[in-house]
Design a protein around this ligand. Sequence first.
Ligand SMILES: NC(=O)c1ccc[n+]([C@@H]2O[C@H](COP(=O)([O-])OP(=O)(O)OC[C@H]3O[C@@H](n4cnc5c(N)ncnc54)[C@H](O)[C@@H]3O)[C@@H](O)[C@H]2O)c1
Length: 385
Amino acid sequence: MNDLSIGVIGYGLRGGLARHAHRPGEGSRVVAVFDPDVDAHRRFRADFGDDVHAGDDLAAFLGLGLDAVFVLSPDYLHEEHALALLDAGVAVYLEKPMAITTEGCDRVLRAAQKAGGRLYLGHNMRHMPFVREMKRLIDAGAIGEPKAAWCRHFVGHGGDFYFADWHAERRYGTSLLLQKGAHDIDVLHWLCGSYTETVTGMGERMVYDADQAGDAEPWWRQQNNLTRWPPRSLTGLNPAMDVEDVSMLMMRLQNGMLASYQQCHFTPDYWRNYTIIGTEGRIENFGNGEPGTVIRLWNSRHDYDADGDSAFPIGPETGEHGGADPRIVAEFLRYVRDGGATETSPVAARYAVAAGCAGADSLRAGSVPVRVPEADTEVTAYFGE
Ligand SMILES: NC(=O)c1ccc[n+]([C@@H]2O[C@H](COP(=O)([O-])OP(=O)(O)OC[C@H]3O[C@@H](n4cnc5c(N)ncnc54)[C@H](O)[C@@H]3O)[C@@H](O)[C@H]2O)c1
């Protein structure tokens, strides 16, 4: 078996995905990077060897005859990079969010369909053991027929990670509801077996402010500095910030289920808490894969009972994001080689963005209900939906 030759667009924090894909002699070799930053070239050479291609010329990169490329550039470049690769006949791993507008997602889906290309979306949460266990319990009927799904997202390092650079600006990410929420909306859709039809949003910037600009040191991007507390003491933030630091989204799904998503960027802790309520019980996760993570099931009547009727411990896994990253890379490489069904879905990724964009529209227009546009059925059929 010849090694697939793999390229990378944007070698920043998510570059770890490429390192999982580098298996010379075992099916895949990372050989090229396109990134305007020479420091990214230096890091890429250090990780993959001096004989790699490292450059800032997209046409030269596209001319290398690569089999597959990881698109790990900032969100506002995903559409442009995916379209260029699909046009060049290269299989694409596209980080979430698929694009920063619904229309952008639809252009990418259409391009993949027209080219007969391979498009894979990096929704790694579908590979997280705690999410998979919740999905297994729902599918096994543990809570009866699911009716309501709620997610609370405590973004403890929100200031460090999302208010210091391009993430803080609407023009680069639309909203943090979309940027961060794309993961959770996708998980909610997956657990509920349906996509969002209408949304109502509410949100504001309540804590971070342009007066927190000051000197920007690059270290905040390298580590989650737990001594930076409380959030109003942070400096080095992006003075052009115009996104919300609290967002709340109510969703009516196509199958009639109701879902909600709450996101806050100034909590002291970082994690996600989901509960899914059905006609015969509810499940809830405590932890996101750290040691001690457990899914609890309540399926008999109680007063307050923190333990639930049953507990399903989630074993610790190695690898970034609770082992999800090595697994998603393995699935992508298998898909590049053999095609076939995958756990993540380009159509679902599009609906996650569409719900996030509609939510941002709603919350910025006084919480009016907004309908999520449906995807083109010809295109969804291409992806088997
Ligand atoms: N799935 C996940 O769990 C997860 C986690 C974090 C980030 N992400 C997503 O991954 C993507 C990258 O995030 P990150 O944290 O690695 O960002 P980053 O800022 O650390 O890295 C981005 C890289 O892209 C490069 N870049 C900038 N402009 C470019 C251009 N025009 N062409 C090519 N490269 C360019 C930058 O130089 C940098 O090396 C984002 O879309 C983000 O939303 C996903």
